[in-house]
Every structure is written in C-alpha cells, then in structure tokens.
Design a protein around this ligand. Structure first.
Ligand SMILES: [Zn+2]
Length: 222
C-alpha cells in the first residue's frame, strides 16, 4: 500500500483521503490510539488500493497535446480539431469548425491556447455568474481565475470567486454547477443541508455534475 500520512486534529470521526497525486491521508481524532491504525488500514485496504489505482489510471489518460494538425481540443464540452495555417491574421482563432493556428506561431502553441482559454473563461464565467448571482448575493464580487486541477472553485468571504480556467473545457452544465456552488457559499460558508438546497434550486443535477468532475475532470488539460 502507498505511504500513509497520519493527521490528528480535534475531530470526532476517522476519515481517509486519497489524493489524485497518490497521497493517502488518514485523519484521526487527537486521542485515537496509534495501535489501532494498522487495523483501520487493513479494513479499508481494498478501497484505498482501488482509489489509488483509479487515480493512476486517470493520470495516464491526461491528454498530452502536441499541437499538430487534426488534434482535438475541448471547449465547453465539445471537441474541436486544430488546423495549422500558413497565413492568418491572428496567431490563434476559433470557430465552430475548430481552432486555427498560424504555423509560425506553433512553437509557443501551449501559451497561445492557455491565453485563449483564459480569456474565454473569464468572459463566460462572468456572464454565467451574473445569470445566477441575484439569488445568492447583492454585494459586489470579483471573479478571478486559478490553474487548479481538482479544486475547481473557491469563494472567499471578501467577495472573490476563484474558478479554475480549466472548467471552460467542460460542458456548460458543469460550468454552471461549479459557479453556482461557489455563489452558494456567499449564503452558506459550509456544506450544510441548507447549502445543498440552495445549490439544487439552481442546479437540480448537481450530484451528476460533481460525479462528472470526479470522473472526467483530469481530462480538462492542454
Ligand atoms: Zn464548497
């Protein structure tokens, strides 16, 4: 089994966390006897092994883009092929037929795509947040982008919604779900029943959306 990190805190229950990078964390109450640790690990052994295996498999599936003709890139849940052009007015463009990149700019293709995705992400997230925000806050807030791979959004009490630009690659209902989740934290700074009810009022399929992110979130990569 993987190396297990034991973290004790003022909690009443035991929890095991498996992280996508392979770390296994066992969370224990302060006074939980050390001698019982092997027993817990034995009890959850198959579950831990299976989770770690799943994450390792996901890591292998992460697309490694080479930015060549015909390669596909995700945008709002759809795959678009890349076309390399000899002549173009802009280094990278997109339309319904795909992405169009100028050949002479292909040496910094990843940077171009990143800038393109981030520009689209900020505009789209802002518009979607505006669509939902009345229900959750009447105070001004700011949307910022992060580069996170699993923590898709965070919300600070100082009014900053931080969303991973990667979400712009996911289907629109997934984007909405992440945004609504973070907006709902303006009302509830926890994951209480009231919080989930507020989320469900706008995104009735939030459970499926969360499952989608767990299963396919690793594919939101360039
Ligand atoms: Zn949350």
């Amino acid at each position: 089994m993987e190396a297990v990190q034991v973290v004790r805190s003022r909690r009443k229950t035991i929890a095991i966390e498996i992280h996508p990078d392979g770390r296994v964390i066992l969370r224990l109450p302060l006074r939980y006897p050390k001698t019982k640790i092997p027993e817990i690990l034995e009890q959850y052994r198959d579950w831990i092994t299976e989770k770690v295996r799943k994450f390792q498999e996901q890591q292998r599936q992460i697309p490694e883009h080479k930015f060549v003709e015909g390669e596909t890139f995700l945008y709002l849940g759809k795959e678009y092929p890349l076309h390399i052009l000899e002549h173009a007015s802009r280094a990278l463009e997109w339309n319904e037929a795909g992405f169009w990149m100028l050949k002479t700019d292909s040496h910094h293709a990843r940077k171009l795509f990143l800038a393109w995705y981030q520009e689209k992400a900020l505009a789209y997230f802002t518009a979607r947040a505006k669509h939902f925000d009345k229900k959750f806050t009447d105070k001004p807030y700011q949307i910022k982008l992060s580069n996170a791979r699993t923590r898709w959004g965070t919300c600070s009490t100082r009014g900053i919604l931080r969303l991973s630009w990667r979400i712009i690659m996911a289907p629109p209902e997934i984007v909405d779900n992440v945004i609504v989740h973070e907006l709902a934290h303006f009302l509830h700074q926890n994951h209480s029943r009231a919080f989930w009810e507020a989320v469900a009022a706008e995104c009735p399929n939030y459970k499926q959306a969360r499952a989608w992110l767990r299963n396919f979130g690793h594919l939101l990569a360039i």
